[in-house]
Design a binder for this molecule. Structure first.
Ligand SMILES: Cc1cc2nc3c(=O)[nH]c(=O)nc-3n(C[C@H](O)[C@H](O)[C@H](O)COP(=O)(O)OP(=O)(O)OC[C@H]3O[C@@H](n4cnc5c(N)ncnc54)[C@H](O)[C@@H]3O)c2cc1C
Length: 342
């Protein structure tokens, strides 16, 4: 009987794995399930969503029709809601119907959500995140509305990590006014040395024109629609048209956790990328390796997908090895003097 491989998620992890295993063994039946409908898109390009007018089309790398035409079964617009390990079945909702799919081997490539700090949870209508194609579309519509109503948009970006810095720069490049709030005393403290953080700060303020407020732990937001305020410990800053929360990422572990797989911050895998169920694997932003790390960058995620395809098609040798990779902020004009920390 044909072996059934099911994959949840159509990010770089899921799509790279699907294409590679389909290429390596044409006898396998490969099905990709995803809630996305726009196609396979480049998440790193999301940080350029304001300065590039062609982004909504250029960001899509491959349509789901093209994937299906290559022989991979695609269930798009499908929300996978349950994993039944004893029956080896996934349940999913698509177009108002509940469906199920059996598997012999399952790959969880469920990726990550934007991390929203708990104090902001009750204020969901007042801010945006930039984590998916739908977020990009929503933010671009908001910006168009602001321009129509107020001419020059003024944004609050919360979080001075990699994504917060990139988005702030992109907004400024598009001509908007930006205030970047960061709770810690220096930018991108997880990736950069103190000296490089200082260089980045100078570039953002002096050359690019982003107002950077360090040591400012944002307490919450208030206001309506495009008249918003940011509350700080001892002050409130008013007059923002839009707020973007960029406080990191949260691996999507819910499906795995509800099915009784071992999870911590991510879905726990061994050095062969197997979860605590030997027929279920996890790759990409949602996978936590035995060293306790999440390799949430394009190069290692792609490497995991290619390695797993070889492994499951019986053509691999040895455990997954961390590839050499260099994280890099996509801030024009910024070159770190020292290697990024990981
Ligand atoms: C703004 C931004 C900029 C970035 N820039 C860079 C960069 O410059 N360099 C770099 O190396 N990395 C960058 N990254 C990180 C990089 O994009 C990620 O590491 C990579 O995209 C992870 O891929 P993934 O396939 O694991 O997850 P994802 O891309 O998150 O894909 C997971 C997919 O699974 C789907 N899914 C999840 N659960 C379900 C379910 N239950 N049912 C159906 N579908 C489901 C999701 O809808 C999603 O399509 C950036 C990330 C962001 C957000």
């Amino acid at each position: 009987m044909t072996m059934q491989i099911a994959i949840v998620g159509s990010g770089i992890a899921g799509v790279t794995f699907a294409e590679e295993i389909h290429k390596l063994d044409r006898q396998l039946h490969v099905t990709l399930l995803t809630r996305e409908t726009c196609g396979y898109y480049s998440r790193p390009l999301l940080s350029h969503c304001f300065s590039r007018t062609d982004i909504e089309t250029k960001i899509v790398l491959k349509s789901f029709d093209a994937l299906a035409a290559s022989g991979i079964a695609v269930e798009s617009g499908a929300e996978v809601s349950q994993l039944d390990r004893s029956a080896k079945t996934l349940r999913f909702h698509k177009g108002g119907e509940e469906k199920s799919l059996g598997y012999d081997k399952l790959v969880l490539a469920t990726g990550s959500d934007a991390l929203v700090p708990p104090p902001f949870h009750s204020q969901a209508g007042l801010f945006h995140v930039l984590n998916s194609f739908d977020d990009l579309v929503a933010l671009r519509r908001l910006r168009e509305k602001i321009i129509t109503q107020h001419s020059r948009p003024r944004w609050a970006v919360i979080g001075g990590g990699l994504i917060g810095c990139e988005v702030s720069v992109d907004l400024a490049k598009a001509g908007d006014s930006v205030v970047l709030f960061h709770a810690l005393p220096r930018l991108m403290e997880r990736q950069l040395t103190e000296e490089d953080s200082a260089t980045l700060l100078a570039l953002l303020w002096e050359t690019i024109g982003v107002e950077v407020l360090l040591d400012q732990a944002v307490q919450g937001f208030s206001g309506v629609e495009t008249d918003l305020s940011v509350s700080l410990a001892s002050d409130t800053m008013q007059g923002f048209h839009g707020i973007i929360v960029a406080c990191g990422f949260r691996p999507r572990t819910e499906l795995a956790q509800a099915a009784g797989l071992q999870t911590r911050r991510g879905i726990l895998v061994d050095e062969y990328l197997a979860t605590s169920d030997p027929d279920i694997f996890a790759i990409g932003d949602s996978a936590e390796l035995p060293d306790g790390k999440l390799y949430a960058y394009v190069t290692p995620v792609r490497s995991q997908a290619l390695w797993l395809a070889k492994h499951l098609s019986g053509q691999g040798a040895g455990a997954w090895q961390i590839p050499v990779f260099k994280p890099k902020a996509k801030v024009p004009g910024f070159e770190a003097a020292m290697p990024y920390l990981f």
